[in-house]
Design a protein around this ligand. Structure first.
Ligand code: SAM
Length: 207
């Protein structure tokens, strides 16, 4: 995938109001209590970093060469920068295969990223393998509307949207994909900010 310099440069400006008035408090609620070994998928410019406590040891991956330097800069002004390892890679990239031991992660964090990664089903399989039993999958994503007509509008807009928004799929039903992948729902909240959004916590079943 080709990553655009303009998208990377404008992303924080484009998201400013959405973050300030809607998403920031949800990020805080999802992430503040996390501890142990955490994978954050597609960290972007690092919007989540300030919400992790010193008890979380975070490995962040980000394939865009235009987002990663911004995330690295954000990491350096944190209270605990040595708790973060940022890597230039992404889901589906060959080097990801051997990055984590089986059942070694306490949590996987996906915020505004499952809409963009090329093969979310395969990503779910990997998360399931890497998470410890009882490990958490934390989600903040926009999703496909359940309303038939709203969903059709998203389908129609999607080709243009995904061109402008660097591969983001406006109509991806992430809220359906996750339980179908075998994760157990702990809590969920649906909300609307121009688009239907989904905040949720899942866990890998203990068996
Ligand atoms: C809309 S941004 C969201 C960034 C960040 N997660 C946030 O919450 O602000 C989507 C991010 O997914 C990244 N991405 C694209 N393909 C990816 C992949 N295969 N694996 C991981 N991240 C990917 C993009 O580079 C971009 O930084």
């Amino acid at each position: 995938m080709k990553f655009s310099k303009t998208f990377g440069a404008l992303y924080d400006y484009f998201m400013f109001f959405l973050e300030k008035f809607f998403l920031k408090k949800r990020r805080a609620r999802l992430l503040t209590g996390l501890s142990g070994k955490v994978l954050e998928v597609g960290v972007g410019t690092g919007a989540n970093f300030e919400h992790y406590s010193k008890d979380a040891q975070v490995t962040g991956i980000e394939p865009s060469p235009h987002m990663l330097p911004r995330a690295l800069k954000k990491k350096e002004v944190l209270l605990f920068p040595n708790r973060f390892t940022l890597l230039h890679t992404g889901c589906g990239y060959p080097e990801m295969e051997k990055m984590f031991e089986l059942e070694s992660l306490d949590a996987v964090v996906c915020t505004l990223v499952l809409c963009t990664i090329p093969n979310p089903e395969m990503a779910m399989e990997k998360f399931m393998k890497w998470l410890k039993p009882g490990g958490k999958l934390l989600i903040l994503e926009h999703i496909r509307a359940h309303n038939h007509y709203a969903g059709k509008i998203q389908d129609t807009l999607n080709p243009a949207w995904s061109r402008v928004a660097e591969g983001c799929q406006l109509n991806r039903a992430t809220d359906k994909l996750i339980p179908e992948s075998g994760f157990r729902l702990l809590r969920q909240d649906r909300f609307f900010i121009g688009l239907p959004f989904y905040e949720a916590v899942y866990e890998k079943p203990e068996n």
